[in-house]
Design a protein around this ligand. Structure first.
Ligand code: SAH
Length: 256
């Protein structure tokens, strides 16, 4: 590398749940200074528009089921752009450390001598809780929060069912929209009472957020979720049945 050229840096940035005003100030400043921006499918146009006009913008992910850029390709691309001396922003929905592959990407970049910085973001579970007026922990009822995933692979669902069945744990299930019924049945089979409250929230944190389901695990096992195609989060636990905290402000939320 010529001595006058500084090696670039990659910042792995949480974009939050999809509303620009839920970006942290640090994330906003990083996006405003970006020279190359690699972004996931969940990052909306409203946030991409905050990057400078001259910034190179590359979409790396498509929604579930459709082709995304392979992880090694993303890694190589970040490396190449950083070695050109550019300020590279890797923008991810929610928080980069929750189902965001931040560990893999950080390890790859650091192994190649690239400086990294991780900027946290509001994860979907926190956005859903705030918008629909329930806490994730609640004294005496929900002492633990489990961020987990439920993806149907070849028709089967794998998870740590013993942890999931813990009656004092709030489960926040990412990437589980298509497997919601199966998840509910498996939780009941693992010992979580069928009357345990459950809620399903689509597009949390955004103005178009909707609660697609509110009821019990038994109800979720039978439910047909009719979403609008936005990302879906499932919350299971006593907190989902608490009376909604009065919302004083914030975007309109549609409850089923
Ligand atoms: N890093 C992200 C999660 C990425 S995994 C975060 O911290 O939020 C992708 C999954 O996250 C989606 O399948 C969905 O389950 C959930 N998700 C992301 N954004 C969401 C949103 N605005 N509303 C509801 N669920 C969301």
């Amino acid at each position: 590398m010529p001595p006058e050229m500084k090696p670039g840096r990659v910042r792995l940035v949480g974009a939050g749940p999809g509303a620009a005003d839920l970006l942290t100030l640090r994330a906003l400043r990083a996006v405003e200074a970006a020279e190359a921006l690699l972004y996931d499918a969940l990052v909306p146009e409203e946030i991409l528009a905050l990057a400078p006009a001259a910034c190179l913008k590359i979409q790396t992910g498509k929604r579930a089921g459709r082709t995304s850029m392979a992880q090694p390709t993303i890694n190589r691309l970040m490396l190449r752009l950083a070695r050109r001396g550019l300020q590279v922003i890797r923008l991810k929905g929610g928080d980069p450390s929750i189902f965001g592959r931040v560990g893999e990407e950080a390890a790859f970049l650091q192994a190649h001598g690239i400086e990294i910085e991780v900027i946290p973001g509001v994860t979907a579970a926190c956005a859903a809780a705030a918008q629909f007026g329930f806490p994730l922990t609640h004294r005496g009822e929900a002492r633990r929060v489990v961020f987990t995933t439920a993806r149907l692979e070849a028709g089967t669902l794998s998870a740590d069912w013993a942890t999931a069945a813990d009656p004092e744990a709030t489960l926040c299930v990412y990437m589980g929209g298509a497997a919601a019924g199966e998840l509910a049945r498996r939780l009941i089979a693992a010992g979580r009472p069928a009357v345990t409250p459950a809620a399903v929230v689509e597009s949390a944190g955004r103005p178009e957020a909707r609660r697609l389901f509110a009821g019990s695990l038994a109800g979720l096992a039978e439910a047909r979720l009719a979403g609008e195609g936005g990302p879906v989060l499932i919350v299971v636990g006593e907190v989902a049945g608490l009376p909604a905290v009065q919302r004083l402000s914030g975007p309109r939320a549609v409850c089923a």
